[in-house]
Structures are given as structure tokens and as C-alpha cells.
Design a protein around this ligand. Sequence first.
Ligand code: SF4
Length: 340
Amino acid sequence: MPESNSSDDLAQLLAHLESLKRAGLADLPRVTITEVAVEVVPGHGVQGLARERPESVSGDRTAGAVAMRQSNPPDIREIATREIATPNEPSAPEIGQEAALPGMADIKPKPAVPNRPKATPAPKVAAMPVASFFDQSRVPFENPVVPPDRRPELLRVLAEEVAACTRCPHLAATRTQTVFQSGTPSARLMFIGEAPGADEDRLGEPFVGRAGQLLTDIVSKGMGLDRSEIYIANILKCRPPENRNPLPDEMANCRGFLDRQIEIVRPEFLCLLGKVAVGAILQTSVPMKTLRQRWHRYREIPTIVTWHPAYLLRNPPAKKETWEDIKMLMAEMGLKPPKS
Ligand code: SF4
């Protein structure tokens, strides 16, 4: 027998037995063999002797390593120590531990699956004015409701943070100032628009241009409220150059500020103005015409969507649709249109 084949044969035998074990074709006794003593006898080739692993072994032991020790001639004795490691094993077992056979988990009998009890119907979501379409209520508020007398101070601190923000370097470099809010922190209704325009950038207040005047008319003439009774904020606090649409990374950068505004004010109702605000809050690209005239929910707050006032200026016939949306909102707020 060639000297180099004896230990290989033994290893092959072990590998074969293990493969049978994995395939569930053999029930091997749990014997861990880690040492093979190979004795070279002149004229008789090599004799191999498999040994059980001792309790402790001194010296370096690296998976797959073969340590050779030689005794004095003429009885040349080589001891090859080979960790029996399988190709996919992450690491060799520690000394004294059982060498886990690969695939054991696969051949273990699986526990019987008890009969499933009948599913309990999910509790119904809190009553909505009408069927909720987009429901983002699984994002709960992190903090309890802020008492109304503390809201102005918290918003002032937040506005200072916004004013110092440069997360969007290009917007921060081109803005005249940040545009944070308008209205009262105790408002029942919050309007959310897209981003400041040129007038807002100049004056530091949202919805103060022509579109802002139309929103003021909707609130005062349509809803019978004073503009100071509502709260207005935008998705972005800085004006995008040339009034372009906000970029996704800009909206992501600024989103935390708006969420904190909503959390502090905690309005009873949200009204999203235009598809940019709708997409950012409801996380959808469903067309506005599908989303209108339905109730949605954002963080527990009943929410409606309608056209942006700037769109109404370009498309006056759409004002009728916005009025339908506002009437739906007013009905839930318990408001009646002014008599005039
Ligand atoms: S848009 Fe918002 S996030 Fe970007 S720089 Fe202005 S305040 Fe900061």
C-alpha cells in the first residue's frame, strides 16, 4: 500500500459514512475521530490507526491543518492530526465538543404541527369619516400630545434648527431664508403644500403669493375660518431654484422637520395640497383624481387631498372639485359654509 494513501483512504471512508448519515441511510454511532496515527514499518508499508479525540490536546490546532510529529528511527512514527471539517462548516468545533455532522438538522424529524386555531379577525380601525384608502397609521406618534401652551416654544426651537439647516447645500446656498410655518400651533386643521415660491422665500411665510391668496380665500370665504385659525407648512422649507419640483433627496432631507411639526401641532385633520405633498406623505404615485374625495390616514390623522392652489390658478375649472373636497372636510369638522 503506498504510504500516502492510507490516511486518505480513512478520510474517504469517514466522508462516505457521513454522506450516508446525511442521506439518512445509516445510523452512525457518535464517535469523533480526529487523530490518525500512521506507522511506517519497513517492508510492510503504512499502518493506520484511528484514535478517539483526547480530552485535551496541546499545541496549535487549525482546521484542516496536518501536524506531523516524528519519533526516533528505526520506528518512524508519524501522527497526522486532521480536523474533520466539512466544506461548508463555518468553523471547526472546539476541543471537547462534539463534531457536529453537517445536515443533521435536515434529517431530524420535524415536530408535528398542531392544528391552527381559527384566525381571529383583526380589530377594526377607529372609525373614519368614510372608507380609508391610504392608511399610514402604522407609524405611531413617538410622544404624547404636546400641551397647547408648550407648542409655540417647541416650534420656535424647531424653526431655529431649520433656519440653520444646510442638508441640501444647493438650496441652502440659494435661499433668501427658510420658510417654516404659518398659523396657530393649536389648529384643528393643517394644510401641507409643496415648497416655498419666490414670494414665500422673500417674506419667510408659506402661501403668501397668488396661490397663497387663493388658499386664504378657500379658508375664509369657503370654510368661514380665519387664516390664523389653521396651520400651514410645506414639505420643503427652502425654495427650489426656478420653482422646480423638489428632488427626492431634498424631500427626504427635510421630511423630519415636517413630521416634528405635525407631532407638535397634532391637528385633527390634514389637507394635502397637490401631488408632491400627497406623494411625500402618503407615499404613493396614485393619480390625484383617484385619491380625491376619499379619506386617508396619516399617523392616526384623518387626511384628505385636493388640488394645489397654484394648479387651480392655471386650471380654474378645477376649483369646483376643490370645493367638493373642502365641503367633505368641513362636514367632518362640523363646519357650515358661510351664508354670504
Ligand atoms: S430644504 Fe429642508 S433639509 Fe434642505 S436645506 Fe432647506 S431646511 Fe434643510
